[in-house]
Design a protein around this ligand. Sequence first.
Ligand SMILES: [Zn+2]
Ligand SMILES: [Zn+2]
Length: 233
Amino acid sequence: MSLNTIISQGYLVQFDAHAASEHGHYFCGAHEIPGAWCPNCDKPLLRLLTLGMTDGRIRIPGALFEQVHLFFCCTCEVLSESLFYRILPDSSIELIQFGKGIIDIEAGYGLPYRGYPSHFPGTPVRLDALKEDEQEYITLSNRYDHSLPTREMHNRYRYIYNADHQVGGEPLLWQGHEYWEMFCPMCKKSLPLLATIGGGCLDSRGLFGMVGGQIVYTFCVECSVMGAVFLTT
Ligand SMILES: [Zn+2]
Ligand SMILES: [Zn+2]
């Protein structure tokens, strides 16, 4: 059985400087999106991905907003707890719940690493639809089983790991399919998956400075609330 997702078809997020900017899908980069401010760090939240809702393939049912922004903060206690924010009709956001407290970045131990930037280089992205066999591989990989998938399958689908970021569908989950569940702080319902962001970016240090980190994004359609949590293997 596959996991509950907002958008049933999965798409790999691929950096593509030449991607048609028709829908404005964009990875990282500086921003001035109202409300997207980390109170712990007193600086803008890290924008990881912006998705344009004019792209009918990934439209969120009932959404009034034109853009969905995936935010996080890797330089404070937002890292250690679930982050929840509401998306307002003008695509700005309002924080609802987050881990409070600062971290000594210069201690340079794990994440955040020393010299962690205020933002990462931005790039347009395209969304490549997962084929049926690719989605099946991901679903199998999430259900930890020594017999499936085979080493041969892992080799064949290595590019899915390399892509690192996914929107829609059941994504590869570093902690398997049983450990991602989040609940909406407003209506308390279990939240369907929206996207995952891995560590890959246009800065060689990566978003997390480690292998195996991942931010899982879930979304409550009724409350227009995004939930994000950082997971490691
Ligand atoms: Zn912060
Ligand atoms: Zn809700």
